[in-house]
Ligand binder design. Sequence first.
Ligand code: HEC
Length: 225
Amino acid sequence: MNPPFRPFFFLVLATFMFTWFALIVLPWINLGHLAPIKEEGTPGITPWDSSGSAHQGEKVYASNGCAYCHTQQVRPASSGADIIRGWGTATDDGDPKKEVTRRTYPRDYIWQHQVFLGTSRAGADLTNVAHRFPTAAGLYRYLYDPYVLNGHSSMPAYRFLFTMQKVRGLPSDDALVLVPADMPPAGWEIVPTAEAKSLVAYLLSLNKGYHLPDENGPVPRPSKS
Ligand code: HEC
């Protein structure tokens, strides 16, 4: 190599090595060992993996750019207003009448194929959206027409995730119950497509209604034996 280029080459190499270490190796050392926690006295583990349909919905969520406006990362009370705004509140997995309120921890994300930390909080954090929208019908209606709840909303309507069809016999079980302005002509109904169904299955799986030992401080690494 031409001697004047040598320092330049090593500088570029060092820059790449440093970034690789900081972005890949360090997070892997710190987070790569995270595993679910075994629940005492039960065969269960927390967190657990969600259903196949919700996994499909994860892809619909990614391809429709929901993460551009929605985060899935509840910050601790000292770093933002997420907890005060109710974004850290979930329905307790053990008792639907109770609530669990907390920030999120890296362990919460271990089953996720694609982690949607998000880029901006234009809309609500969706970590626990199933607590605020516990039914598929409510979510379908919202995705079809977000302006019903807030006329000035900047949330786009995802009407292409629905289809209009003729009612044959009885109306379909999942036909949308809409406000008069959105209703289709008589004899027709609006139903969710397969994409909308999996997206809503995914949204309904978003509820961190369990506690983690991480809430009490750093958890020791599992021993190798
Ligand atoms: C351009 C930004 C934007 C995009 C993209 C977007 N949203 Fe929203 N969303 C918002 C805003 C803003 C709100 C708050 C609604 C309001 O203005 O009242 C919201 C609210 C919501 C809510 C209600 C949350 C709550 O607790 O009140 C849900 C559910 C939701 N969005 C789901 C989605 C899904 C699913 C997608 C992708 C298919 C999506 N959003 C894409 C901006 C966006």
